[in-house]
Write a protein that binds this ligand. Structure first.
Ligand code: NAD
Ligand code: IPM
Ligand code: MN
Length: 365
């Protein structure tokens, strides 16, 4: 049988709860499809800070680099919020993304027919939405220098960051976005703030230059403030969106709510050669952690993306995606996507129901 090494990073808050469910789903889908997984669980985020004093121990990064793919739950929590920057769980996550060189972050947001009622938007606005946010993940203001704290010329305390992009960073994420759009509906919208920011002016210039390689893709541009508004006005106008690190962070959380819940959205972070990093777009949800309330579907769907984009195991990936739809068809809902008439379940029970569907492959669409 085929065998893969998977680094599991449960992290903090609801992270361990959703990872434990996703691990079982991976195991079962794999065993049915003749794939074996060797899981290597490592410390990350606040859990790593408490145990080792750093948010990304070297051992964790080394294991991640040596594995075939990495599945992460979530990191962060109140306990570490006041830590110095280099001792924050979030810093560990940025170090992991940088260390794995996963510059291309794919965040699909589609409104499932089963969940139209869970959207806060009107049915006719939400129905049929199917978009993909391609977020640049290892550049921009998250990593730009100079950054820090200091004092200005008048003695005022300041904090500062730098939004910076090199042409090569824009070119490579643009190519991923054009390739993605080409496989979907052939429409790509580049979102920037080129009316104000130099980094965005270069962004737009390079995206236009790369477009020459993809004459079959229809390219448009939009300012990020307008894009935030258009996403709730008429989300169906979008197919593939490409944008920088911080705009992609914000717009993908916004897009998640169109689909019903942030608890539904998976992501894949890809490099040009090494292992990919797969994680739900949500955080550690400290407000519901430890209560068996978290929606595990974003992490289960991230495991499906791991199979598809990370390992090329498309059959196993599709088995998991169909199992999620089947569990929803059978009426099971966690609190975040619940509406009248459904069966309210917790994280574990939702996982059990998905497992049943993986097993039978019974699919009612
Ligand atoms: P969050 O995504 O953790 O939570 C926002 C809201 O969504 C909360 O009300 C939460 O209960 C709900 N929610 C999130 N995921 C859910 C799920 N699977 N099922 C049901 N409800 C869910 O964002 P936040 O509250 O701004 O951040 C909390 C912590 O998580 C912070 O420390 C932050 O830095 C961190 N964070 C980590 C990641 C990551 O690990 N990739 C992503 C975002 C935030
Ligand atoms: C995300 C998160 C992270 C980000 C934080 C926790 C560093 O919000 O994965 O979307 O801003 O990228
Ligand atoms: Mn985010």
């Amino acid at each position: 049988a085929k065998s893969y090494n998977i680094t599991l990073l449960p992290g903090d808050g609801i992270g361990p709860e959703v990872i434990s469910v996703a691990k079982n789903v991976l195991n079962l889908a794999g065993s049915i499809e003749g794939i074996e997984f060797k899981f290597n669980e490592k410390l990350m985020g606040g859990a790593a800070l408490d145990a080792t004093g750093v948010p990304l121990p070297e051992e964790t990064l080394t294991a991640a680099k040596q594995s075939d793919a990495v599945l992460l739950g979530a990191i962060g929590g109140y306990k570490w919020d006041k830590n110095e920057k280099h001792l924050k769980p979030e810093t560990g996550l940025l170090q992991l993304r940088e260390g794995l060189k996963v510059f291309a972050n794919l965040r699909p947001a589609s409104v499932l027919p089963q969940l139209v009622d869970a959207s806060t938007l009107k049915k006719e606005v939400a129905e049929g939405v199917d978009l993909m946010v391609v977020r640049e993940l290892t550049g921009g203001i998250y990593f730009g220098k100079p950054r820090g704290f200091g004092t200005d010329e008048n003695g005022n305390e300041i904090g500062f960051n730098t939004e910076v992009y090199a042409a090569y960073e824009i070119d490579r994420i643009a190519r991923i976005a054009f390739e993605t759009a080409r496989k979907r509906s052939g429409k790509l919208c580049s979102v920037d703030k080129a009316n104000v920011l130099e980094a965005s002016m270069l962004w737009r210039k390079r995206v236009i230059a790369i477009a020459a390689e993809y004459p079959d893709v229809e390219l448009s541009h939009m300012y990020v403030d307008n894009a935030a508004m258009q996403l709730v006005r008429n989300p169906k106008q979008f197919d593939t969106i490409v944008t920088n690190n911080i705009f992609g962070d914000i717009l993908s959380d916004e897009a998640s709510m169109i689909t019903g819940s942030i608890g539904m959205l998976p992501s894949a972070s890809l490099s040009s050669s090494g292992p990919g990093l797969f994680e739900p777009i949500h955080g550690s949800a400290p407000d519901i952690a430890g209560q068996d309330k978290a929606n595990p579907l974003a992490t289960i769907l991230s495991a499906a993306m791991l199979l598809k984009y990370g390992l090329g195991e498309v059959a196993a990936a599709e088995r998991i995606e169909l199992a999620v739809l089947d569990a929803l068809n059978r009426g099971f809902r966690t609190g975040d996507i619940y509406s009248d008439g459904n069966k309210l379940v917790g994280c574990k029970e939702m996982g059990e129901e998905v497992l049943k569907s993986v097993d039978t492959k019974k699919v009612v669409s």
